[in-house]
Design a protein around this ligand. Structure first.
Ligand SMILES: [Zn+2]
Length: 309
């Protein structure tokens, strides 16, 4: 029983900087505002295998564009494990849509050839662990207030974080966690001004673990032991393996037909549903949709984004 949190470390990161922190499973990183309205970009690697890293895409898919308390930070396929759990979020405006700001962005869009930026800050902080600028990955953007306009373009809105606001991440595996002060001061991201952020690391209490939903453990969450090539390629040039023979999994793909009998009432319902044109062009297409909806209801974990009739 661990009833009390134990503080392990506390530090301030100044504008233009970030810090790589080793967190063991069961430790918490708190990223807190000092004076408020500051975005924090974030990278995360498996401490024992840097090829497993945080994936904005799967996280966005499972939790939407603004993950918050109760959501996970997932690693990229084929690992797809929850690396960290968001256990507190006092603002609720986070973003996994925008990429990190970069030197190119400020030069290209603003004519600023010299400017602090998240990519270069991450690269410098990760260098402490031997990673290169190519290893920086898409960021989780804490306290970044974003949305999508009706024309499909993303936009950045006013930063809502006030002094003292914070997010807390519980490590579900040993990770290298790298928060940085976002360098974007010429856009709304941090309300046109860069401010320090306060980082704290704790040993979690039982009450912290109680906030974490049981994550899935499935056989398709793969690890390097299951890879045909187990070693990481060390040279930059790509060249063909002349002994390569394709060996795709689940091939040949097996498809079996099933027969369904419909009552008169169901046939009528199917023809009405088909007439709406929303779910397919033919009754067979609509039946596939209906079957899909039934399958989702029966088996799917997590959010269900099937439009209801
Ligand atoms: Zn940035």
């Amino acid at each position: 029983m661990t009833t009390e949190r134990k503080m392990l470390q506390e530090l301030i990161i100044e504008p233009g900087t970030g810090k790589a922190l080793e967190l063991r499973r069961g430790q918490i990183l708190r990223i807190a505002q000092t004076t408020g309205r500051q975005c924090a970009d974030f990278n995360c690697f498996n401490l024992h295998d840097y090829k497993e890293f945080f994936h904005t895409g799967r996280t966005r898919h499972l939790h939407g564009m603004h993950p918050t308390k109760g959501d996970f930070l997932w690693s990229a396929p084929p690992r797809e494990r929850p690396m960290m759990a968001i256990i507190e979020d006092t603002v609720g405006t986070n973003d996994v849509l925008y990429p990190r700001c970069s030197a190119f962005l400020f030069e290209h869009q603003y004519g600023l050839a010299v400017h602090t930026n998240c990519h270069d800050i991450q690269a410098e902080a990760q260098r402490e662990y031997g990673l290169t600028p190519d290893d920086v990955h898409d960021s989780f953007n804490f306290f970044m207030h974003t949305g999508v306009a009706p024309d499909g373009h993303p936009y950045i809105a006013k930063n809502m974080a006030k002094a003292g606001d914070y997010v807390e991440l519980l490590a579900l595996m040993d990770v290298l966690a790298i928060p940085n002060v976002c360098g974007a001061d010429v856009m709304m991201t941090s309300n046109f001004e860069l401010k320090p952020l306060k980082l704290s690391v704790f040993d979690a209490a039982d009450s912290d673990w109680a906030k974490v939903n049981e994550p899935p453990r499935l056989k398709n969450q793969r690890n390097p032991e299951m890879f045909k090539i187990k070693n990481i390629k060390a040279d930059r040039e790509l060249y063909k393996d002349i002994s390569y023979k394709p060996d795709f999994i689940n091939v040949p793909i097996e498809i079996s037909e099933i027969e369904i009998e419909l009552s008169d009432e169901e046939k009528e319902w199917l023809s009405q549903l088909t007439a709406t044109g929303k779910y397919g062009e033919s009754e067979v297409e609509v039946l596939r949709y209906v079957f899909h909806s039934w399958w989702i209801d029966k088996f799917m974990r997590g959010p269900k984004h099937v439009p209801k009739g």
